[in-house]
Structures are given as structure tokens and as C-alpha cells.
Design a protein around this ligand. Structure first.
Ligand code: ADP
Ligand code: MG
Length: 246
């Protein structure tokens, strides 16, 4: 049985002359929860966005379930339905109801019927604890609720992998845990996840592995236990002590 979900091999990316990703490689198995951390500007967002083709790479390869994202045969729109992504800012359509936000890509990209898409939308709203909010508009929800809608919207596409880029860093402190709780449940249900976050409690409790990046490089790629016991580079240790003591 194939157990490798994501295989990232020697990827490099330049923004103009700026070398943003330097020979980054890692493998994510099915069901793995991988946390990516590192200082601001180290390339975490760029790295995670390459995984569903939102950022192009100039060298190296990325395979999702064996399929190269560089292959001309790969339909990127289709790939993005299998690799869901949740950003720091929720990017919901402000002029559409919550339910419509959840159904629009299902009907347009997956060609589901309205009825089927709405059933799925309701089921996922229920799952993130927002069943009563289907007919509201994004502006009527709190930040934490909007982020849970964004997660539900991604899940409506039946992804095999979920990518998160600092999903809680724009939230007020009291809303962080409601989002992390949804992510923790998803992890426990066996979803494969890559999560850029500085929520070290979540990393310690939920992740299997931690990747530490600096200046576009993967400096450490290790088990969560090793990461938190300090069995890492000096740079990762210093980073961890700073964020734990801030
Ligand atoms: N679209 C872009 N054009 C030029 N430089 C960029 C672009 N996006 C990011 N960068 C640069 O690439 C580096 C890594 O950025 P990013 O991946 O956003 O880091 P992080 O998410 O770790 O804060 C930064 O120096 C940033 O300024
Ligand atoms: Mg970032």
C-alpha cells in the first residue's frame, strides 16, 4: 500500500534574484501531522503554497500521491480540490452567505448538484459547530467562526491533505482554541496535515513531526518529541526558547 502522501524533492524558488527556497526536501506520510515553524520571512508560506501549486518552483519536484505537480498531465484545479488550504485571513466571499461560500466551488469545480452541495455544506458546518449560521454573511461572524467556516469550506471538496498557513495568528486569543480544537479533531480523524503555526502547545499535542525553517532552508525535520526535547540545531533551540518565553 502506498503510504506517502506528499514527496517534496530538492525544491528551489526564486522571487527575482531572491532565493526564497533552497533545496527543501521532505516526505509526508498519510495521516501525518507536520508543523512548520521558523522566523518571519524564513519561507514558510512560500514552502507550503508550493505544495498545492499556488507558488511555482524553479527546481525540484513535488509529488502528491505519486502525481507530480509539474507534470503537464496534472490538472492543477483538480489537484487543489485534493489539497485544501486555509490561510491566516479567511478569504470568504463577503457578498455570499456562509452556505453559498461552502457550495460555490462544489458546484463549479466538482459539478455537484445544488442539493448535494448544500447537504455537504450543512454537514460540514455542523461538524465545525456552526450549523445555525448557514444563512448569515461573513461580516456577521467572529474571526474564529470565519476561520472555522474557511476550514469547512475546504473540507467540502473532500481533500486528502489539508494545508494551514498560520490559521490562528490573526485571531483574538479567546478564539484561537476554538479553531485549534477543530484542527485537532481533524487530525484525530486521520487527515494528513501540514500546519505553519507558532502555537507550540498544538504542535506538541497534535503533531508527529516538526520542520524548522530559516532563510529558505529546512534546518530541522524531526519528530515532535525530539524537537521539544531540544534534540535539534542550536538555531531551532534558540527559536523555540524565544517563542515559549515571549
Ligand atoms: N511575492 C513575493 N515577491 C517577492 N518576494 C517575496 C514574495 N513573497 C515572499 N517573498 C519573500 O520571500 C521570503 C519568504 O517569505 P514567506 O514565505 O512569506 O516567509 P514566512 O511565511 O516564513 O514569513 C521573504 O523574504 C519575503 O519577503
Ligand atoms: Mg508566512
Amino acid at each position: 500500500m502506498e503510504t506517502i502522501m506528499i514527496e517534496i524533492s530538492g525544491i528551489n524558488k526564486w522571487y527575482g534574484n531572491y532565493h526564497a527556497l533552497k533545496d527543501c526536501s521532505t516526505t509526508v506520510e498519510k495521516g501525518d501531522i507536520v508543523v512548520v515553524c521558523g522566523p518571519s520571512g524564513s519561507g514558510k508560506s512560500t514552502f507550503i503554497k508550493t505544495v498545492n501549486g499556488l507558488e511555482s518552483i524553479q527546481k525540484g519536484d513535488i509529488r502528491i500521491e505519486g502525481l507530480s505537480i509539474l507534470s503537464a498531465k496534472t490538472d492543477l484545479a483538480r489537484l487543489r480540490t485534493r489539497v485544501g488550504m486555509v490561510f491566516q485571513h479567511f478569504e470568504l466571499f463577503p457578498h455570499l452567505s456562509i452556505l453559498r461560500n461552502l457550495t460555490i466551488a462544489q458546484t463549479k469545480v466538482l459539478k455537484r448538484s445544488k442539493k448535494e452541495a448544500e447537504e455537504k455544506g450543512y454537514a460540514l458546518l455542523k461538524r465545525v459547530g456552526l450549523a445555525d449560521h448557514a444563512h448569515k454573511y461573513p461580516s456577521e461572524l467572529s474571526g474564529g467562526q470565519k476561520q472555522r467556516v474557511a476550514i469547512a469550506r475546504s473540507l467540502c471538496m473532500d481533500p486528502n491533505v489539508m494545508l494551514f498557513d498560520e490559521p490562528t495568528s490573526a485571531l483574538d486569543p479567546e478564539m484561537i482554541s476554538e479553531v485549534l480544537d477543530v484542527m485537532t479533531e481533524l487530525a484525530q480523524e486521520g487527515m494528513t496535515m501540514m500546519v505553519v503555526t507558532h502555537e507550540m502547545g498544538f504542535a506538541k499535542r497534535v503533531s508527529d513531526r516538526v520542520i524548522f525553517m530559516e532563510s529558505g532552508e529546512i534546518i530541522d525535520d524531526t519528530s515532535t518529541a525530539a524537537f521539544f526535547s531540544g534534540d535539534t540545531s542550536a538555531r531551532a533551540k534558540s527559536f523555540l526558547s524565544k517563542i515559549l518565553n515571549h
